[in-house]
Design a protein around this ligand. Sequence first.
Ligand SMILES: [Zn+2]
Length: 261
Amino acid sequence: MLFWVTTLAWLAGCAGGPPIDRSHHAAGQDSRVRFIVLHYTSENNENSLRILTRDRVSAHYLITDEPVRIYSLVDENRRAWHAGQSQWFGYRDLNATSIGIELVNPGPLDGTRTRWAPYSKAQIGALSALLRDVQSRHHVNAWNIVAHSDIAPLRKTDPGPAFPWRELARQGLGRWYDENAVTQRIPQVTAVELGSPAYIQSLLARIGYPIAQSGVWDAQTRQVISAFQMHYRPANYTGQTDSETVAIAQDLARHFPASTP
Ligand SMILES: [Zn+2]
């Protein structure tokens, strides 16, 4: 009984009681934001803004094209609904822990997904400045600046192979591999490494990708390899493994300890 009386009194106190003293700040705190997820809208400026403000999908930022404009649609402290079912380095459902940035871009220009709309210089310039700002305020690691297709490879292809990951990484935004090391590594990739689905599956899991360790060449493995290629080797993203794909994954994996089964 006393418990309820005390609780009620406390609740009453919150409603109309003493003011909250905000003059002290705890040293032990950090940002809830761990990831930045990039998307294309597959819509024009007008439709993108309408869908992202009125429907049940949203993003923290929308960057339009011609003219380039940055819209803030959701406060960074709140969740935007952009990632859906997703996973990266074992973290699931990234809406809770990410900032979502949508870029106006039509995506694939044909049904076979061989031709993709380029991103304009001005739009990428705006994105670069925004990324730098968000990344530095929330201390987001380079490997946690990701494509929607990285964290949901079985469902998504955005921002697609036309997105300039390499160019942004050269500006210190996002993860990239050591290109000289990969050139040297390519001829050393062994037939066993190339032929083993378990090997590429474990490599891709080590560098963040959600991939089932099935040990066989199944559809999900091809889709995750394709998502990886769109990001790191966009000239060819068929989802078939090859020496360059393995060498890039090996180089990136050097920075992450082998996962224990
Ligand atoms: Zn998306």
